[in-house]
Design a protein. Structure first.
Length: 195
């Protein structure tokens, strides 16, 4: 009887120990914060370089605007550079300079006048593509746009979908600017490394 109770007591404590180790292991597994992975475990093979070419349509006048002013400072209208103006855009991206040409995506984001001495915009934009295998993938761009310069360059800071892990740059060149309406067509060449 005594030895029996001793055995079951021992068994119980062994069980408890096993249980403790198991739960510790489980906790270690589910609570891991960071670990090292091999790129192949995410299906990443070889990094490649892609060139994207499209036209960006910024329509600020008429009935079908694609960019609207959403905020400004009290002093914006008296600033020669419209300092403080914030514009939200959903600008179509097409393969040719004509708005009626094939739509390949949209530039969705914000541009804001960030310079008091020249026309210099802060660009915070996601290029949301919808063409072929790029449909649903995005590139994120953050940069400075001195719109009257012949060529402006913006860093591509990342991407999603097909453009995961991407980095690169975008060059913008004004194709057409209607000074009266403010409507602009801008040619973009984007170079990105991605997998
Ligand atoms: C605005 O878009 C509509 C529908 O696509 C079109 O019929 C109309 O001509 C456009 N208006 C202007 C001013 O571009
Ligand atoms: C500033 O200019 C914009 C665009 O011309 C106009 O819509 C707005 O009413 C003006 N704001 C002030 C405070 O004058
Ligand atoms: C892109 O994907 C969306 C959602 O899956 C789909 O509705 C749309 O038709 C696709 N567009 C093109 C041009 O393939």
């Amino acid at each position: 009887m005594v030895s029996m109770s001793f055995t079951s007591h021992k068994l119980f404590s062994i069980l408890l120990t096993i249980l403790f180790f198991c739960s510790t292991l489980a906790a270690a597994k589910s609570n891991h914060f960071a670990r090292t992975l091999s790129p192949s475990s995410l299906g990443l093979k070889r990094e490649k370089l892609s060139h994207l070419h499209f036209y960006f349509h910024d329509i600020v006048s008429g009935r079908n605007r694609t960019a609207v002013r959403v905020a400004q400072a009290a002093t914006t209208n008296t600033s020669s550079t419209l300092f403080g103006m914030v514009v939200m855009m959903d600008d179509p991206l097409t393969t040719k300079p004509e708005l009626s040409s094939k739509l390949v995506g949209r530039a969705q984001g914000i541009y804001a006048s960030a310079s008091q001495s020249e026309t210099g915009l802060l660009m915070v934009v996601n290029f949301a593509f919808m063409e072929g295998k790029y449909n649903g993938s995005t590139l994120s761009v953050l940069g400075r746009n001195t719109v009257f310069s012949a060529v402006r360059e913006f860093p591509v800071v990342g991407g999603s979908g097909l453009f995961r892990f991407s980095r690169g740059y975008a060059q913008a060149k004004t194709h057409n600017l209607d000074l009266r309406s403010g409507d602009a067509v801008v040619e973009y060449n984007v170079y990105v490394f991605h997998y």
